[in-house]
Design a protein around this ligand. Structure first.
Ligand SMILES: [Zn+2]
Length: 397
């Protein structure tokens, strides 16, 4: 994987060490004359920011930076971004960062053109009124180039943005086909400074995307195939990227696996995300960390529905024990190697809000019809309590 690659699946992707070099050319080809560079405040002093801004300056591209966003970007953050976009007369967006920067940039893109868009294209409306891509109005949204600096959310290959309604601690998913970035640059140099704990948490988010998509009962064999190979890439590369952040082969493998996950989860997500979304909004813990902790408990709850598929997956991964138990052991062992806690209690979450968590998880889009089996609010509350206390084998729904 030492050379550069160009793919168009489902949008154009430039992949490899130094792929950032195509940025200015892509801006020109996409007609982007004055982009707003959206990033999170923690990125401002880091190497990827210097690499990208130097590149843009050398190419003579006029740009401004917007970084006034929270780690879970809110509708208020987006509103400030729209104001900056309009005040600077920008015509396009570049997102540099993890999921927050991508989500904020997508929100800004939509809200800058359609003031009602963040309401109109929230998930419940999309399900009800836009059954296929062809049903969406063409909005001619500002073009977006995505430069991920983490390997986890896969948001660079998604048509969705997750935004928080600050006061209610609720996440809102926005979806529109034009939110898919026009160009994606997967350059492992942009991820080499990611600290080990974030490498682990974001990598486990990508793994969870693949596993939940693979276990989703929806019929979508193309996505299932992507998920299987994505999981193998994570098996091959995550521990190496965590152990040595300068390992460019591992970093590239994780970037590819993470991007693939967004293609896989066109098949849907499941109970892990249904629980992680309200927990992230309420307790402000890292999304990937929550997923990593929750994953084994939800696998056990789904066991009956998924054990055959998981056994097939375990054979592909060449696990020593190619069945559900062997796969569960692999996940637990991987988590341990990455230094991730076994229980939510270890990261300061208690069971006080168990009923609320169950209700919110049931209402989440990830639990609608894509978890492997039907779970009730009481089931979600029970899984949550087990995850708080670290009781794995009582998690069965
Ligand atoms: Zn996720």
């Amino acid at each position: 994987m030492s050379s550069l690659h160009y793919w168009n699946y489902p949008t154009e992707i430039f992949c490899g060490p130094g792929a950032l070099d195509v940025l200015a050319e892509r801006c020109a080809l996409l007609g982007m004359t004055q982009p707003l560079l959206v990033t999170d405040p923690g990125m401002l002093d880091l190497e990827p920011m210097a690499l990208v801004t130097d590149h843009l300056r050398q190419a003579g591209i006029r740009f401004a930076v917007f970084s006034d966003i929270a780690s879970n970007p809110s509708l208020d953050d987006v509103a400030r971004g729209v104001a900056a976009f309009k005040a600077g007369q920008h015509d396009a967006l570049i997102a540099l960062g993890g999921g927050s920067a991508m989500d904020a940039a997508k929100g800004i893109s939509l809200a800058a053109v359609d003031a009602q868009g963040l309401d109109q294209y929230q998930w419940s409306n999309v399900i009800a009124h836009y059954p296929s891509l062809g049903h969406f109005a063409h909005l001619d949204l500002p073009r977006l180039i995505a430069l991920p600096t983490t390997a986890g959310t896969g948001s660079e290959l998604g048509r969705e943005a997750v935004l928080t309604l600050s006061e209610q601690n609720i996440k809102r998913v926005i979806s529109h086909p034009e939110l898919l970035p026009a160009s994606v640059i997967l350059d492992p140099f942009l991820t080499r400074g990611l600290p080990p704990a974030l490498t682990a948490a974001t990598g486990m988010d990508a793994l969870t995307h693949h596993i939940e998509a693979f276990c989703s009962p929806l019929y979508h064999p193309m996505s299932s195939g992507v998920a299987v190979e994505g999981i193998r890439l994570i098996q091959q590369h995550l521990c190496n990227a965590h152990h040595d952040g300068k390992d460019m082969v591992a970093r590239e493998g994780m970037l590819v696996a993470s991007a693939m996950a967004a293609v896989a989860f066109q098949k849907g997500l499941g109970g892990v995300h249904a629980l992680a979304h309200p927990l992230g909004a309420r307790y402000h813990k890292h999304h990937g960390l929550l997923n990593a902790i929750l994953l084994p408990y939800v696998l056990v709850a789904n066991r009956q529905a998924i054990s055959q598929d998981i056994a097939r997956l375990a054979r592909y991964l060449e696990l020593p024990q190619p069945d559900f138990e062997g796969f569960l052991d692999w996940v637990l062992h991987l988590r341990q190697r990455l230094g991730i806690a076994h229980s939510l209690g270890e990261i300061g979450i208690d069971t006080e809000a168990a009923q609320w968590v169950g209700e919110q998880a049931l209402a989440d889009i990830s639990s609608s019809d894509t978890n492997a089996c039907v779970l009730s609010a009481a089931d979600y509350s029970r899984i949550f309590r087990n995850a708080v206390h670290g009781v794995l084998h009582g998690a069965s729904a």
